[in-house]
Design a protein around this ligand. Structure first.
Ligand SMILES: Nc1ncnc2c1ncn2[C@@H]1O[C@H](COP(=O)(O)OP(=O)(O)OP(=O)(O)O)[C@@H](O)[C@H]1O
Ligand SMILES: [Mg+2]
Length: 233
C-alpha cells in the first residue's frame, strides 16, 4: 500500500534520513521505532508531503506521491496525526472534527461523527468545549478523531503515547487496534517500543536516520538488540 524506497531527507546541509526503505501492506499495523532525533517525524512529514526528500520515492497505492501536494495526499486517503497533536485552539471539539472532514465531498460525514464519538465518548461530552481546554489525553483523542474524519485508508500516527499517563496510553493503543480492525491500515511511530511492537504486525528500528533492524512485532520484542536499546534491558 505504501512503499518508501531509498529515501534521503536533508535540512539544509544536515542529512536527517539516509537511504531508508520500508513498506506497509494493506491491513497491517507497522511501527517505526527509534530514539529522540532518529528521524521518525522527518519521515512521516515527508510521506505527508510537508517536506520534500532529496532522494528516493514514496508510492501510495501504486501512485508516486513524492511530489504531490499535501492536501491531495490527504484527499487520496493518507492522513497524519502529528506529533504534539496540534489541535486548533479557539475552536470547539466539534469544529476541530469538522476541519478533519473539509476535503471530503461525500455525504456520509454525519455518521462518521457518530463513529468518532463511539470510539471517544469523552469527545461527545465535550463537543462544545474549546479544544485548548482538553487534557493531553483528550487532545490526542481529538487529533485522532480529526484524522479519522478524513476517512483515511492509511493513518500515520506520530508518537500518540507521548506525555500520557499509563492508563491513557493503554486506551489509545487499544483504540489504534480497533481502528485497524475496522479496516484502516496504520503506520505508527513511537518511542514507546514495548507498546508499539506489541500491537504491530511488523516493525522497523531507526537509528540516526537509518533502518538498522526489521521484523515482525514479536521478533523485535524478543530481539536482544531491541531489548538492550529500547526495552530497558
Ligand atoms: N526543521 C529542522 N531543521 C533542522 N534540523 C531538523 C529539523 N527538524 C528536525 N531536524 C533534525 O533532524 C533529525 C531528526 O529529527 P526528527 O524530528 O525527525 O526525529 P524524531 O525521531 O522524530 O525524534 P523525536 O522522537 O524526538 O520526536 C534531528 O537531528 C533533528 O535535530
Ligand atoms: Mg518526532
Amino acid at each position: 500500500m505504501l512503499k518508501i524506497q531509498n529515501l534521503a531527507v536533508h535540512y539544509g546541509m544536515i542529512q536527517a534520513v539516509h537511504d531508508v526503505s520500508f513498506e506497509v501492506n494493506q491491513g497491517e499495523i507497522v511501527t517505526l521505532i527509534g530514539a529522540n532525533g532518529a528521524g521518525k517525524t522527518t519521515i512521516l512529514r515527508t510521506i505527508s508531503g510537508l517536506i520534500r526528500p532529496s532522494q528516493g520515492s514514496i508510492t501510495f497505492e501504486d501512485n508516486e506521491i513524492t511530489k504531490t501536494a499535501p492536501q491531495k495526499i490527504v484527499a487520496n486517503g493518507l492522513s497524519q496525526v502529528p506529533e504534539g497533536r496540534h489541535v486548533f485552539s479557539g475552536l470547539s471539539v466539534m469544529e476541530n472534527l469538522e476541519m478533519g472532514a473539509y476535503l471530503r465531498k461525500d455525504g456520509e460525514i454525519k455518521t462518521d461523527y457518530e463513529q468518532v464519538f463511539q470510539k471517544f465518548p469523552v469527545l461527545k461530552e465535550r463537543k462544545n468545549q474549546d479544544a485548548a481546554t482538553l487534557s493531553g489525553g483528550e487532545q490526542q483523542m481529538l487529533a485522532m478523531g480529526r484524522a479519522l474524519m478524513s476517512k483515511p485508508k492509511l493513518l500515520l500516527l506520530d508518537e500518540p503515547s507521548m506525555g500520557l499517563a499509563p492508563i491513557f496510553i493503554k486506551e489509545i493503543f487499544s483504540i489504534i487496534q480497533e481502528i485497524n480492525q475496522q479496516g484502516t491500515t496504520i503506520l505508527l511511530i513511537e518511542q514507546n517500543a514495548k507498546m508499539a511492537l506489541s500491537v504491530a504486525d511488523r516493525g522497523y528500528v531507526l537509528e540516526t536516520g537509518k533502518v538498522v533492524l526489521s521484523g515482525t512485532g514479536q521478533e523485535l520484542l524478543e530481539s536482544e538488540e531491541v531489548k538492550k536499546a529500547y526495552l530497558g534491558g
